[in-house]
Write a protein that binds this ligand. Structure first.
Ligand code: F6R
Length: 608
């Protein structure tokens, strides 16, 4: 969601802040701003809309200084506007702050301050924090923070400038992520790694309820009681170019094309492909634990949830283990029945999704082991889980997740195979055959990408359609859910996923001339059934497409077919995802949508 960057050092901070904010654009925002400490005063510039508006403003009304903070805002309290954009100052203009997250009791706090005579300029919860810090200022920022932070309910990542301490950025977090790095002749803070990666690769992660005081010389960390903390940095070896488009018109298209490599790297991380054996040391369960396991609950949101459903299905089918995937935001409030022999997998690309973090904490509070399936090193989910399975997708910049989904689904497939083997439902020879087949997937994905023109052409003829139904059974149903999400997210065309068998129970009434119906059909045991559902939709005027392997001549005659390479069908949904991503991409392209930054959406959802 919102993005934070800050710099204190011997260089002018404005360029560093603007470049950092550019790197955070992918998170989604509607206004931007920065504050600089210059000659003992706080100088603020803010602009509604794109970052280029802020850059223009800074050109027209220059500001310079060696210490500053910047922010991209995604409106929560108050409409997107110049007034509500961050940074916000206190009544005495002593402080400037930027904030990610939501202060849930801001209304009450605002009323309390108003009764004390404080006048507010904006509608934001952030200004409430600025005014609280100003009102309760002890003359020293750390003690002020210890006084004010306990008043705040909700989530926050805060960066604060104090004109009386012109070399220090103070930062604090509860919920939202904040990182600190050294580089560019000073120190940097940010809400996300890409913002500072070109200056710093050794990153400190601010922990929950911790405070940092960042100066050009270094950073001091404190716990919530004011005790100093020792921290070690984490080295980030992501390729900086990974945050560039590499000649692709959009990050999303680049990331779709990175999938063969991502699949290959994730696969080789977990599997020794020469020996055709799972790398035991990288798997979360020992043989004894795998045998003893009675229940596995997977948790995620959005695309991560759909990858979890795919995992649930294969774990049930292959490992004969009770596996259930839950939506994190539902799970956390559902008073879940957590059992003694249950383990959890929290799935999250960013590792910062608030609901997923909350669900993870619930499981841990119940004393259950949690495994993180995560793409961002050092993120909250990665740090708080008991064990980690990294997905090796590299930084995913487009809001619509593609390569992270594939890496999550693949990792869960490897886990399903490992559990099946350890629990005695798959022989070693069968496991080797399956792993060999899995090894074919990256190459098959590459070949599939070579056929993208067909989908592009189809999109050029059908982008005006009003609704799209994605249907499938079993794993294909879960794939259909992901396809529909991708489509609505970036093309804004109303898209729904249905279990093909459910069409007759209601949704068929919606099929009429002009509707598109796409059948995902990678699972041979239900192929005939899905195809007859597709033809029922065709008979009602729908334009029908089938996505699957080895289509029959009858199917080719009846429907538009996007053929998948002949893969082991346990893993074929990984291939089926690619035409669905391309389809969403090309529909959105035809419609002139803002593909990498779709409206109303953010890359990392750190509020409820
Ligand atoms: C869709 C998408 C979102 C995320 C969801 C969870 O393309 O990207 O649905 O999957 O917000 O995010 P993470 O995986 O970061 O927890």
């Amino acid at each position: 969601m919102c993005g934070i960057i800050g710099y204190t050092g011997d260089r002018d901070c404005v360029g560093i802040i603007l470049r950092g904010l550019e790197r955070l654009e992918y998170r989604g925002y509607d206004s931007a701003g920065l504050a600089v400490l210059e000659d003992g005063r706080v100088d603020i510039r803010k602009a509604q809309g794109r970052l280029s508006n802020l850059a223009e403003l800074v050109k027209a009304s220059p500001v310079r200084g060696n210490i500053g903070i910047g922010h991209t805002r995604w409106a929560t309290h108050g409409e997107p506007s110049y007034i509500n954009a961050h940074p916000h100052a206190d009544a005495n203009q002593r402080l400037a702050i930027v904030h990610n997250g939501v202060i849930e009791n801001s209304y009450t706090l605002r009323q309390g301050l108003a009764q004390k005579g404080i006048a507010f300029i904006s509608e934001t919860d952030t200004e409430v924090v600025a005014q609280l810090l100003g009102y309760y200022h002890t003359g020293e920022m750390l003690t002020t923070l210890y006084r004010v932070l306990p008043m705040l309910e909700g989530s926050f990542a805060l960066a604060i400038l104090d004109r009386e301490r012109p070399d220090t950025i103070y930062c604090a977090r509860k919920g939202g992520p904040l990182i600190v790095g050294r580089g560019a002749g000073g120190s940097l803070i940010a809400s996300d790694i890409p913002a500072i990666l070109s200056y710093s690769r050794d990153i400190f992660f601010l922990g929950e309820a911790e405070i940092g005081a960042v100066t050009p010389e270094g950073v001091s960390f404190y716990d919530s009681l004011g005790n100093p903390l020792e921290k070690t940095s984490v080295h980030i070896d992501w390729d900086i170019d990974a945050a560039e488009k590499d000649g692709y018109p959009h990050f999303m298209l680049k990331e779709i094309h990175q999938q063969p490599k991502v699949l290959e790297e994730t696969l080789r991380h977990y599997v020794d492909m020469e020996k055709l054996a799972v790398r035991r040391e990288r798997m979360p369960f020992t043989p004894a634990e795998a045998k003893a396991l009675r229940r596995l609950t997977l948790i995620g949101c959005g695309t991560a949830y759909y990858a979890g459903l795919m995992g649930q299905s294969l774990i049930r089918r292959l490992a004969r283990l009770r596996a259930d995937c839950e939506i994190a935001s539902e799970f956390r409030y559902s008073e879940p029945l957590i059992e003694a022999d249950e383990a959890f997998i929290a799935i999250s690309q960013s590792g910062e999704t608030l609901d997923t973090v909350a669900a993870l904490r619930l499981a841990k509070a119940a004393g259950r082991p949690v495994i993180a399936l995560c793409n961002v090193i050092g993120s909250t989910v990665a740090r708080e889980a008991d064990q980690l399975m990294y997905t090796l997708a590299g930084p995913e910049i487009a809001v619509a997740s593609t390569k992270a989904y594939s890496a999550q689904a693949l990792t869960l497939m490897i886990l399903a195979l490992d559990l099946a083997h350890l629990r005695g439902h798959m022989t070693t020879a069968e496991l080797k055959t399956a792993l060999r087949a899995l090894g074919e997937i990256p190459g098959q994905a590459e070949r599939l990408l070579g056929q993208k023109e067909r989908i592009q052409y189809f999109a050029s003829r059908h982008f005006n359609c009003k609704k799209i139904f994605f249907i499938g059974r079993l794993e294909d149903y879960y794939l259909a859910m992901e396809a529909a999400l991708k489509q609505k997210e970036i093309s804004y065309i109303h898209s729904e996923a249905y279990s093909a068998g459910e069409l007759k129970h209601g949704p068929l009434a919606l099929i009429e001339e002009g509707a598109l119906v796409i059948a995902l059909a990678t699972q041979s045991r239900v192929l005939d059934k899905t195809m007859s559902n597709l033809l029922e939709a065709k008979a009602r005027g729908g334009k029908v497409v089938a996505v699957g392997q080895s289509p029959t001549p009858e199917l080719l005659a009846a429907a538009e077919v996007w053929e998948l390479p002949a893969a082991d069908e346990r893993f074929a949904p990984l291939l089926g995802a690619i035409p669905m991503q391309l389809f969403a991409y090309y529909m959105a392209l035809q419609l002139g949508r803002d593909i990498d930054k779709p409206r109303n959406l953010a890359k990392s959802v750190t509020v409820e």
